[in-house]
Write a protein that binds this ligand. Structure first.
Ligand code: ZN
Length: 246
């Protein structure tokens, strides 16, 4: 049984199953994987992050912190890009490490936009929207996923896809494990190849700039319980490595 299947067999709640199927590739990393599928609060994230060996570096315009081997591999990809006359840079200051509160802030931003959007269109009543707002962010997760699954009220950035393809649930982001990086030049297929050759892969469907440090060659990923899915965005096909779960 692959590592991923053994974690999968122990997952209890429907929300955790969903989050694992979206973000679970991170558990195959050769660096230090997160101890849980969802961190429950800032203290739990801080305690985990304090055990990690990290390295900070300037990647393009921004100072980025990652787990040591993840940063070393990223710098290697960047050095090869530079030799070829291109560049590899961070999209924003939060492209690498994040804290629990960052994931909550990003989540709430999308929730509020979605509540407003669906309210204006008469698809969600004011009392329903208020009830969602009144919940703790972590408790909003199953409710929002239910609205998406049962009523097609999507909370992704363009309201056409799940919120999970735009922002991670509070405490579930791979950025909390210091193993994710959002790359500015994500549309450049050569940059994708260089990242792949250094152990960085797309692992979250529809999140095109987001790469995850797995630290393995592509040939090894299947044996670790991942499958490759390809999706077209405009003229371009992008590949994602996601958990193979039955
Ligand atoms: Zn990301």
């Amino acid at each position: 049984m692959s590592l991923l299947m053994s974690i999968w067999s122990r997952v209890k709640t429907a929300t955790e199953r969903r989050l694992f199927s979206e973000y679970g590739a991170v558990f195959t990393t050769s660096a230090v994987p997160p101890p849980v599928i969802v961190f429950k609060d800032a203290a739990e994230v801080d305690a985990f992050q304090s055990t990690l060996s990290t390295r900070a570096a300037r990647i393009g315009e921004h100072q980025i912190t990652l787990q040591d081997p993840a940063m070393n591999a990223l710098l290697e990809a960047g050095a090869r890009a530079k030799q070829e006359g291109s560049s590899l840079s961070a999209r924003a200051s939060d492209s690498g490490a994040r804290g629990y509160d960052d994931t909550v802030r990003l989540w709430i931003r999308n929730i509020n936009r979605g509540l407003e959007h669906w309210g204006e269109r008469g698809r969600l009543s004011a009392p329903e929207a208020d009830a969602v707002r009144g919940l703790d962010p972590a408790d909003q997760v199953p409710v929002i996923l239910g609205l998406e699954d049962e009523r097609s009220l999507f909370f992704g950035t363009y309201f056409d896809r799940s919120i999970l393809s735009s922002v991670a649930a509070p405490g579930a982001s791979q950025h909390l494990s210091l193993l994710a990086f959002d790359v500015m030049e994500y549309q450049d297929s050569r940059i994708e190849q260089l990242l792949n050759s250094c152990g960085w892969y797309r692992t979250v469907q529809n999140d095109l700039p987001h790469f995850t440090y797995l630290g393995h060659s592509a040939e090894k990923l299947k044996g670790l319980g991942l499958k490759k899915v390809q999706r077209d965005y405009g003229e371009t096909t992008y590949a994602f490595w996601i958990p193979e779960i039955s």
